[in-house]
Structures are given as structure tokens and as C-alpha cells.
Design a protein around this ligand. Structure first.
Ligand SMILES: NC(=O)c1ccc[n+]([C@@H]2O[C@H](COP(=O)([O-])OP(=O)(O)OC[C@H]3O[C@@H](n4cnc5c(N)ncnc54)[C@H](OP(=O)(O)O)[C@@H]3O)[C@@H](O)[C@H]2O)c1
Length: 337
């Protein structure tokens, strides 16, 4: 079942197509994103602005937050959501991801983690996703955990299940396993951007999602923000390891950034909105990492228009040419075949 634009809790796109979700990986992550609790007021304002503008899908994970900030993303999201009026809160979809850490074993292996996430989210947890597949390194671990996730649905603890970082082969298997129990698989979340276009290639996972009626969710749609920068000089970056990645990718990404700026200007939009709408043009819901009210406004503005087929195809060509030349995001090592 592919959610429709009119479904409650799935955003209010101004034109037909997938909605845009909000990613919260940075909320509590000091290592990659330079999180500092003094940012919390801005994060709260970002959240409120996103909700005001109709962004209603929020993605978090129980592993988000580095060091002593472990769990911070869920805590902040839970606190911000609890501060809303019920009329604003109810239509939201809060989605978390549970990590298949090696010590989470067996059919009950996620039970405590699930309870802890639900507590941090103050009781509002609408979609539980398996964060990554263990099929490459501990294949025996995954099926019992999936069965346990299925139990959560059948016991009425959570409304819907999603997966993340599954390739086409494993997606079919998991879908089939759940289907045997009559449990629908609502969504699959994978890395998808103009710098990581593999999911929408002919043999990619997007085709399987379409065939099986699974919503496709695109994570890192701006390639950690790189696709939101204007072409030209490498912008200064204050925080950590992203700098190394950007420096490596910057020369090769220029043709893409130029195309984003040009196409954006035709729609009265900025390049970041074009990058988000490229995901939507492929039927995926981008979940963009937001930290400021201005970023929430930019993301919501992309809902007002769509790419033409020609524009999408031009960007497809540039994206696959860049990938073939080595200008691409690192693949997630935990993504299954
Ligand atoms: N399932 C998984 O394994 C997995 C993996 C990664 C991410 N995710 C999810 O996907 C979400 C999004 O991915 P991501 O955070 O990795 O990367 P992203 O969405 O590609 O990039 C996020 C960064 O882009 C910048 N940005 C945001 N809006 C912008 C705009 N309008 N113009 C220019 N730059 C803008 C911000 O950085 P600055 O504030 O520095 O400008 C922001 O932190 C995550 O938050 C998380 O929820 C899931």
C-alpha cells in the first residue's frame, strides 16, 4: 500500500507526489554535526516551523546521539512533539529506527529498545524501522528480530513497520516473510540522492518498492548538505569529517550544482529544492536533515512544484555520469544485496 498524499500524517504536498520528511540525525550528534545543547532552542524553532508548514513526517533512530548524547534525537523530538496542541500532534508521523546491535538477539531482542524509544518519544511512535540489515555479516540474527518486529504490529504496539538499508533481494525476502503473517511492510529507507542514485537504476530497489507497494524514503537527499551549496568556490565548513568528503567530491560535483542552480532558477527555487524534487520525481519521499527554521522553509518550498520529465532525465544523466566517474557518496556498508 503506497500512502497517498491525502493520508493523514503524511504531509500536505501542494502538488501531487511524495511528501518531504524531516531527518534528525544531527540532533545530538557532536562527532559529525557539531551538536551542542545550546542549539536546542533553534532545533525547537526548526521543528515548530516545519510542523507549521505541513512537514509531518519525522525520522529519528535509537542510535542517534554521540557519546553522552546517545538517544538525544529521540528525546528532543519527543519533547518538541509533546509541546504541540493535540490537533497539531496527532497528524504527525514519528518514525524511529532500531539498531540490530550484536547483543540484540532473538525474537524479543528489540523489545526493551522499542520500549525505551517509545518512552523517549513520549508515547508517540508511529513507524518502527529496522535500521540496517545484518544479512552481510550475521544473517542468522535478522529473521528472529524481524519476527519480533512483526509481533509488535500484531500486538497493536505500533501501527506500521519499515526497513532501512535493504537491497532488492533482501527486500523481497523480508516482504514475503511479513506477508506470510499478513503484516504489511510500509516503507523502505535507503540512501538516495544525485550523488547516490543507485536505488533508482533499472535494477535498483525503487522498482521493487513500486512493484510491492512499499513507500520509498530517500535519506541523505542533499548528500549531507553538499547538494544544497551553490557551484563555485568550496564553502567553508566548521564541523568535522564532512569537510574531507566535500573536498574530495567538490570538483566532480560542479556540473550537477550548475544544473541544480539553472533548473532551480526556472522554477523560482534554489538548488537544494531541485535536489529534493529529483527524489520526489522518482517516487521517493526525501527526508532532509534540518537544523534551522530557514532550512525548514526551504524544504517546504519544494512541495509547491515538480520537475518536468526532461529536467529529471537531464539530472539522471548527470548523476549517473558523476557516479561512473567516482563522484558519489560512500555506500552504506550495512546495506544488503
Ligand atoms: N537509515 C539510515 O541509515 C540513515 C543514514 C543517514 C541519514 N538518515 C536519515 O536521513 C536524514 C537526512 O540525511 P542527512 O542528515 O544525512 O543528510 P542530508 O539531508 O542530505 O543533509 C542534511 C544537511 O544539509 C544541510 N541543509 C539542510 N537544508 C538545507 C538547505 N535548504 N540548503 C542547504 N543545505 C541544507 C544541513 O547542514 P548544515 O546545517 O550544515 O547546512 C543539514 O544538516 C537524517 O537526518 C536521518 O534521519 C538515515
Amino acid at each position: 500500500m503506497v500512502p497517498q498524499a491525502s493520508d493523514p500524517g503524511l504531509g500536505e504536498p501542494l502538488v501531487e507526489g511524495p511528501g518531504i520528511g524531516v531527518g534528525t540525525w544531527a540532533w545530538g550528534n557532536q562527532f559529525l554535526w557539531g551538536y551542542d545543547p545550546r542549539q536546542d532552542a533553534t532545533l525547537a524553532a526548526c521543528f515548530r516551523r516545519a510542523v507549521q508548514l505541513g512537514l509531518s513526517f519525522f525520522d529519528t533512530a535509537d542510535s542517534y546521539g554521540t557519546g553522552r548524547w546517545q538517544g538525544r534525537s529521540e528525546q528532543l523530538l519527543g519533547a518538541f512533539t509533546a509541546g504541540l496542541d493535540p490537533a497539531q500532534r496527532l497528524p504527525l508521523t514519528l518514525a524511529t529506527k532500531l539498531a540490530p546491535f550484536p547483543w540484540r538477539l532473538g525474537r524479543g531482542g528489540f523489545r526493551r529498545a522499542f520500549e525505551a524509544s517509545r518512552l523517549r518519544l513520549r508515547g508517540k511512535l508511529d513507524l518502527v524501522q529496522l535500521h540496517w540489515s545484518t544479512s552481510r555479516y550475521a544473517p542468522w540474527q535478522e529473521d528472529p528480530l524481524l519476527d519480533g518486529l512483526g509481533d509488535l504490529v500484531q500486538q497493536g504496539e505500533v501501527a506500521a513497520l519499515g526497513m532501512s538499508n535493504l537491497g532488492p533481494q533482501r527486500l523481497r525476502q523480508v516482504h514475503g516473510r511479513l506477508a506470510q503473517r499478513g503484516i504489511p511492510l510500509r516503507s523502505l529507507q535507503v540512501q538516495l540522492s544525485l550523488l547516490c542514485p543507485g536505488a533508482v537504476a533499472g535494477d535498483g530497489v525503487a522498482a521493487v518498492c513500486r512493484e510491492l507497494g512499499i513507500e520509498l524514503i530517500a535519506y541523505s537527499p542533499l548528500a549531507l548538505g553538499l547538494l544544497g551549496r551553490p557551484p563555485g568556490r568550496l564553502p567553508p565548513l566548521t564541523t568535522g569529517p564532512r569537510r574531507l568528503l566535500w573536498r574530495r567530491l567538490w570538483p566532480g560535483v560542479q556540473p550537477l550544482l550548475e544544473a541544480l542552480a539553472r533548473i532551480g532558477s526556472l522554477h523560482g527555487a534554489t538548488g537544494d529544492a531541485v535536489a529534493l524534487n529529483w527524489c520526489r520525481a522518482h517516487g521517493a519521499r526525501p527526508i532532509v536533515g534540518l537544523r534551522t527554521p530557514a532550512q525548514a522553509e526551504q524544504a517546504a518550498a519544494a512541495l509547491a512544484w515538480r520537475l518536468s520529465l526532461n529536467e529529471r532525465q537531464e539530472l539522471d544523466q548527470l548523476a549517473f555520469a558523476a557516479a561512473a566517474a567516482g563522484t558519489r557518496m560512500p555506500a552504506n556498508p550495512f546495506e544488503s544485496a
